[in-house]
Design a protein around this ligand. Structure first.
Ligand code: GTP
Ligand code: MG
Length: 370
């Protein structure tokens, strides 16, 4: 693929064939004018002449945004559900996430390391569930607004002693816009003044109608503090994920979404990725948002180094050139050069976009001053 003869390469580089042949000789390669050169030799020669190799980019830019790849039905396998916890301030989202992690992830498994990678997996009835450990639903909102659909199921936490509040409504709207099933977790049942009936009645207005009221929405009464109802909630998540028939193809190169990212002093750019399809491997060439790199090391939610990670798995990776943003998409390329050229063109496009928006802002400022 893409081979050139010495003569053709000379023409492209605006050189004489003899110059190319001389360079090749200096590199220990004997060649004639009509000889085919392989990709590596072409690159070497280009480097010698300080010419950037323009790789033809086969993957379309829009593929990275849309992630529309078709998998043959026979390649698809069941994958864990990705669950987000949403709800009003102080209704117990963090306590619930911590409680699930504490009850399901044993000390031994965690190896004593409390690794925080923004997402974790637990097992219930031999089924894995992935929880996105995002503060509030800020990340959910920003990812959604950027078109990244990462969640399969939303848990709507409503405190039984407080009922439906403004951010409860917001959460419902987000989940509905994303068309993900909602499971209602009526939390703080241990509290005096807990009134689950009121919660059910209030939520009817939003078409979240419990079975007791003739609807189909699953309500679980629970307490994140004493653990009541946690097992039932997990069972319901498994039930709903089975109904959703969530599938992925572990055999393809990975793609997915950035959950969070930061610059680590020692390790450089670190990104938590949610693999939505395919399998990610250490060494993979990857484009992440407007940056790219090669997966140097991968750490799972238990803080353990892993070499591969399949669909619906959250992993933390190093090896990127720059820090991507939460909500950015990533895509593995089988060809590292392609990853580099796509990554670089995206970085360039971002730079230009930033420049033009700066220009616009200053123009606006100017008008304001007049
Ligand atoms: P934000 O992140 O600020 O939106 O809040 P949150 O939804 O994460 O709530 P968080 O888990 O921080 O809980 C808020 C308070 O409620 C804390 O003091 C918790 O201890 C308490 N709390 C959470 N769940 C329960 C529960 O089931 N019962 C009781 N009694 N208190 C709870
Ligand atoms: Mg919280």
């Amino acid at each position: 693929s893409g081979s050139l003869t010495v003569g053709e390469l000379a023409e492209k580089l605006n050189k004489d064939s003899s110059e190319i042949i001389k360079k090749l000789m200096s590199l220990g390669v004997m060649a004639t004018k009509n000889q085919d050169l392989d990709a590596d030799s072409i690159e070497l020669i280009c480097e010698e002449f300080n010419v950037e190799v323009e790789e033809e980019v086969i993957v379309d830019e829009t593929d990275i945004e849309n992630m529309t790849f078709d998998d043959a039905p026979e390649d698809l396998q069941e994958r864990p559900a990705v669950v987000t916890i949403m709800g009003h301030v102080d209704h117990g989202k963090t306590t619930l996430l911590d409680r699930i992690r504490d009850t399901k992830v044993t000390e031994g498994e965690a190896g004593g390391i409390t690794q925080h990678i923004g997402a974790y997996q637990v097992e219930e009835n031999d089924k894995k569930i992935t929880f996105l450990d995002t503060p509030g639903h800020a990340a959910f909102t920003s990812m959604r607004s950027r078109g990244a659909q990462v969640t399969d199921i939303a848990i709507l936490v409503v405190a039984a002693d407080d009922g439906v509040m403004p951010q409860t409504r917001e959460a419902i709207n987000h989940a509905k816009a994303a068309e993900v099933p909602i499971i209602v977790a009526v939390n703080k049942m241990d509290k005096e003044g807990a009134n689950p009936d009121r919660v059910m009645q209030e939520l009817m207005e939003y078409e979240l109608i419990s079975e007791e009221y003739g609807g189909e929405t699953i309500f679980v009464q629970m307490s994140a503090v004493n653990g009541e109802g946690i097992d039932e909630l997990l069972e319901m998540i498994v039930l709903v994920s089975e109904m959703e028939e969530l599938k992925a193809n572990p055999g393809r190169p990975a793609y997915g979404t950035v959950i969070e990212a930061e610059l680590d002093k020692g390790r450089g750019p670190v990104a938590t990725l949610l693999i939505q399809n395919g399998t990610l491997n250490v060494g993979d060439a990857i484009v992440v948002g407007n940056t790219h790199g090669r997966v140097r090391a991968m750490v799972n939610d238990l803080g353990r180094r892993v070499k591969t990670a399949g669909p619906s798995t959250p992993v933390e990776i190093t090896g990127l050139n720059n820090v991507p943003q939460a909500g950015d998409r990533f895509l593995v390329f089988e060809d590292e050069k392609k990853a580099r050229s796509v990554g670089e063109s995206r970085a360039q496009a971002q730079l230009e976009a930033e420049r033009s928006s700066t220009a616009k802002v200053s123009l606006d400022d100017l008008f304001e001053q007049i």
